[in-house]
Design a protein around this ligand. Structure first.
Ligand code: MF3
Ligand code: CO
Length: 253
């Protein structure tokens, strides 16, 4: 069952989304050679708490931090720590914030200093695949119309789509029904209606789509060691174009 959010729930998700987006932006602005991932986690925790919200990921299924920071061949769920960022790294930052029990969830991959052309291409294709996908996020379509558009764009531009992790409904729980895959044929899955809220989050690899999980129990890496990028926003289905809930008020990006 996919929930339809009330106006009250949508207002809370808009505010949670703004805080998550601003924290994600703050984390992105900290990405620079010499910075540790732990410093970024600390700043994100402090920012979210200072805005009266809670970090959605902290203690979720035992996750130990407020942000996931996944570098280079790491796909998702990298745990912040003593790792020092270096020139040329690509750094995926995934942040969730909850306000009065409602979540916003967003991610982006940020270059650390000057990165290779291949890395920039992957980042840009990942970001655009999200926008290609959400062109289909409107009433009259089905979930997998989004999925198919993401995959088509990603593969046409030489990138592969991770299969083992998918987007999701989001609301009073960080992960709700339905799953929102980034691959597959169109015309499948639930029909979309105004008031549904989803985290649409393509994860794209420069090489093969296969992944494995490290022995820390969290960090997901590409099986072939190739680079990976992530782009995610929480969106609201409306009667027309979807509304992106994870935006900073002063966002011009
Ligand atoms: N944004 C991610 C997800 O949706 C990360 C959450 S996983 C956590 O699915 F365990 F770290 F919280
Ligand atoms: Co998510």
């Amino acid at each position: 069952m996919i929930q339809i959010k009330s106006q009250r729930e949508i207002s809370l998700m808009r505010r949670a989304g703004e805080i998550a987006a601003a924290a994600r932006r703050l984390a992105g602005n900290m990405v620079a050679p010499g910075v540790t991932t732990r410093e970024i986690d600390k700043a994100v925790f402090d920012f979210i708490r200072a805005h009266g919200a809670k970090p959605s990921f902290l203690k979720y299924n035992g996750y130990p931090a407020s942000i996931c920071i996944s570098v280079n061949n790491e796909v998702i769920h990298g745990i912040p720590g003593k790792r020092v960022l270096r020139e040329g790294d690509i750094v995926s930052l995934d942040v969730g914030a909850a306000l009065d029990g409602y979540h916003g969830d967003c991610a982006a991959t940020i270059p650390c200093g000057k990165v290779s052309g291949e890395a920039m291409h992957l980042i840009e294709v990942t970001r655009q695949s999200f926008y290609e996908g959400i062109k289909f996020a409107r009433p009259g379509n089905r979930i997998s119309d989004i999925s198919h558009a993401v995959q088509t764009y990603a593969e046409q531009n030489g990138c592969s789509v991770v299969r083992d992790y998918v987007g999701h409904g989001v609301g009073s729980k960080l992960h709700e029904a339905p799953e929102v895959p980034n691959f597959g044929p169109p015309g499948r899955g639930a029909r979309l209606f105004p008031g549904m809220t989803f985290a649409v989050e393509p994860m794209l690899n420069a090489g093969d789509y296969k992944i494995r999980r490290l022995s820390d129990g969290w960090t997901v890496v590409t099986l072939d060691g190739s680079l990976s990028a992530h782009f995610e926003n929480t969106i609201l289905i409306t009667s027309g174009k979807p509304e992106i809930l994870t935006v900073c008020p002063e966002d011009t990006e």
